[in-house]
Write a protein that binds this ligand. Structure first.
Ligand code: PLP
Length: 442
C-alpha cells in the first residue's frame, strides 16, 4: 500500500469506527455465536495472492462483528496461528486444527515465550519427579534443575532462568557460533554426575549477534532422549522459513516442544506480535490454570474453546490476530516471500561490496538479512569506525562481540529499503573508513 492509498484507507477506517459507534445501540451486547463458529467461515490457509482491502473489510463486518469481543478474538488467533504454522510448514503436531493437541498463541515478545516455555517445563519436571518420589519437595527439585542454551543465545534466555529461579548454563558454540551435540552432551553428563537435573534447552535459530543457527538435528534427539523440554527461539530468522529455500534451517523442529518467532520483526506485522506454538497445549494450560469464579463462563468446561489466559502471563489480551489477518491477506504468501527474498538479496549485495574491499573482512556466514563485518585490525580501530558511522547519523549500526572481536553489523530491516540505499550506505562507510585511516596515519 503506497502512502496515497494509506491516507485514503486510514480515513475510511475512521468512518468505519464512527459508523460503528453511531449504530452501537442496535447491536447485541453478547454474541449469539457458538464455540468454533469462525473456522468454517474462512479458508484453511493463507492466500497465495493478495486479497483486496475491500474484501478484507467486508469480512470484518461479516465474520468478526457477529462474534464481537472474545469469541472472535480467540478464534481468529487460533486460525491465524494455524495459517502461519502452515506457511512455515510446521509439523502437524504444532497446529490446533479442530482436534489437535498443539496450537499457537500470540505472545507479546520472544522473551515472554521463552519464559512461558521454561515455566511450563519446570512444572512438568517437578510433577514428574514428585509422582515418582512423593516425598520430594518442590524446593529440593528446584535447586537441582538446570537449563541450557548456547553462549550465543539472547540475554532474554538468561533472564528467563533468573525469573524462573533455575540455573542456566551456556554451552560453548562451535567455530560457526552454533550449539552442537558434543558440547551439550559433555556439560550434560558432567551435571548429571553431580546430581543436577537437566530439564530445559533453548536452541536459537538466527542468533542476535551474527544470525548463526544451533544444530537442531543434533541437539533435538538429545533433548528427547533425556526428557528435556526443547524450546526454539527464532525471534528474527523465523519469518524467513516461509520461503522454501530457507525452510531447511528449521529442520529438526519436530524434536521441539515449543517454537517461537516474532512476525513483528520481519513479517510486516506491526509490533507487538510474537508467535509461539506448543506441541501439547496441556503442558502450558496444566502449568498455569486457575479458575476464579469471576472468570467462569458458560462454555468453559465444554472442551470446545481455547482459553488463552492459561497460555500466557497476563489475563487481558489485545486482538492482535487482526493484524496478521490483514497482513497475510494484503500481501499474500507470495508477497511476503518476495519481501524476505529482497532483504536477503540486499544483504548479499552488501556482503559482495565488503568482500571487494581488502581493508575489510566478513566475520560470519551471511544467511539472511544480517552482515557481520569489520576492518582488518584492532578492536579500537573498529570502535572508532563505528563511532564515526553513528555520529554522522545517516545510518545506524549496532555492534557485537564475536569471541574477542568487536564486529559491526549491517542489518537490512526497513520495509522501504532499496538497492540504492545499500549502495549509498557502503559508499558512506567506505568514505568514513578512508577518513579514519588517513587520520590514524597523520
Ligand atoms: N531472541 C533473539 C534471538 C533475539 O534476537 C531477540 C531480540 O532481538 C530476542 C530473543 C528478544 O526479543 P523480544 O524483544 O521479542 O523479547
Amino acid at each position: 500500500m503506497n502512502s496515497g492509498e494509506f491516507r485514503r484507507r486510514g480515513k475510511e477506517m475512521v468512518d468505519f469506527v464512527a459508523d460503528y459507534l453511531e449504530g452501537i445501540e442496535g447491536r447485541q451486547v453478547y454474541p449469539d455465536v457458538e464455540p468454533g463458529y469462525l473456522r468454517p467461515l474462512i479458508p484453511a490457509s493463507a492466500p497465495e495472492e493478495p486479497d483486496t482491502f475491500e474484501d478484507i473489510l467486508n469480512d470484518v463486518e461479516k465474520i468478526i462483528m457477529p462474534g464481537a469481543a472474545s469469541p472472535a478474538c480467540t478464534e481468529l488467533e487460533t486460525v491465524m496461528m494455524d495459517w502461519l504454522g502452515k506457511m512455515l510448514k510446521l509439523p502437524e503436531a504444532f497446529l490446533a486444527g479442530q482436534v489437535g493437541e498443539g496450537g499457537g498463541v500470540i505472545q507479546g515478545s520472544a522473551s515472554e515465550a521463552t519464559l512461558m516455555a521454561l515455566l511450563a517445563a519446570r512444572t512438568k519436571v517437578v510433577r514428574r519427579l514428585q509422582a515418582a518420589s512423593p516425598g520430594l519437595t518442590q524446593g529440593a527439585i528446584m535447586e537441582k534443575l538446570v537449563a541450557y542454551s548456547s553462549d550465543q543465545a539472547h540475554s532474554s534466555v538468561e533472564r528467563a532462568g533468573l525469573i524462573g529461579g533455575v540455573k542456566l548454563k551456556a554451552i560453548p558454540s562451535d567455530g560457526k557460533f552454533a550449539m552442537r551435540a558434543s558440547a551439550l552432551q559433555e556439560v550434560l553428563e558432567r551435571d548429571k554426575a553431580e546430581g543436577l537435573i537437566p530439564f530445559f534447552v533453548v536452541a536459537t535459530l538466527g542468533t542476535t549477534s551474527c544470525c548463526s543457527f544451533d544444530n537442531l538435528l543434533e541437539v533435538g534427539p538429545i533433548c528427547n532422549k533425556e526428557d528435556m523440554w526443547l524450546h526454539i527461539d527464532a525471534a528474527y530468522a523465523g519469518s524467513s522459513f516461509i520461503c522454501p529455500e530457507f525452510r531447511h534451517l528449521l529442520n529438526g523442529v519436530e524434536f521441539a516442544d515449543s517454537f517461537n518467532f516474532n512476525p513483528h520483526k520481519w513479517l510486516l506485522v506491526n509490533f507487538d506480535c510474537s508467535a509461539m506454538w506448543v506441541k501439547k497445549r496441556t503442558d502450558l494450560i496444566g502449568a498455569f490454570k486457575l479458575d476464579p469464579v469471576y472468570l467462569k463462563h458458560s462454555h468453559m468446561d465444554s472442551g470446545l474453546i481455547t482459553d488463552y489466559r492459561h497460555w500466557q502471563l497476563p489475563l487481558g489480551r489485545r486482538f492482535r490476530s487482526l493484524k496478521m489477518w490483514f497482513v497475510f491477506r494484503m500481501y499474500g504468501v507470495k508477497g511476503l516471500q518476495a519481501y524476505i527474498r529482497k532483504h536477503v538479496r540486499l544483504a548479499h549485495e552488501f556482503e559482495r561490496l565488503v568482500r571487494q574491499d581488502p581493508r575489510f573482512e566478513i566475520c560470519a556466514e551471511v544467511t539472511l538479512g544480517l552482515v557481520c563485518f569489520r576492518l582488518k585490525g584492532s578492536n579500537k580501530l573498529n570502535e572508532d569506525l563505528l563511532e564515526r558511522i553513528n555520529s554522522a547519523k545517516k545510518i545506524h549500526l549496532v555492534p557485537c562481540h564475536l569471541r574477542d572481536k568487536f564486529v559491526l553489523r549491517f542489518a537490512i530491516c526497513s520495509r522501504t529499503v532499496e538497492l540504492t540505499h545499500v549502495q549509498w550506505s557502503w559508499e558512506h562507510i567506505s568514505q568514513l573508513t578512508t577518513d579514519l585511516l588517513r587520520a590514524e596515519r597523520d
